[in-house]
Design a protein. Sequence first.
Length: 234
Amino acid sequence: MFDFSTQRRGSAEGRTWDNWQLMISDEDLRSSILASLLLALFTVVLMVALLVPTMVWVRLRVPGARRLIEFLCLLPLTIPALVIVVGISNVYSWVTYLLGDSPLVLTFAYVVLVLPYSYRAIDSALSAIDVATLAEAARSLGAGWPTVILRIVMPNITGGILGAAFISVALVMGEYVFASLLHFDTLPVAMAALNKSDTPAAMAAALASMIFVVLLLMALTLLSRDRHKQGASS
């Protein structure tokens, strides 16, 4: 991919970075990259805000509902993305009417898309700690529920949250069906359109997206390892 995206066209020899510079110079491609990055950020934030308090509350208050929550979170995995898009298209016409036609409104749909994978990562992290004991100890010392979740539980499941965040970012950066059928310009949609007229430039954008996800994985892995070492030393 790198070789193809840096070759000069025609009979000219040597290498060129014009296809890579297009990601900065082309306004449409640049805006689609920014939209995908913001979508990834907002999806991660909303996913964590929804899943972590809900899963902690279910474990502490209504453990009998764990199977129901698991079923609801894993349900999007069994339904094709095309079917989900067709089902929510009418709803999204109202969403865009109320919130505007920015690609960022895809955040709500993408949270549903990443639920199965994020749930598994966070559930594994919660299963590795004694949530009930930690919560009872914190409550006995006068901590409120926001404090229990933010300062007691979440620092102990950082690895699971980081894993869920990485999976979410990877899925959002590569998701095409939702954005295309709902008519939003994200990076995958822009790359597919660019591929019809300028394949080397589309190849450069695809490779840059892959490199970004790999670097993010390495950064999250190092961060999780450092936090684990700090926790072990303390």
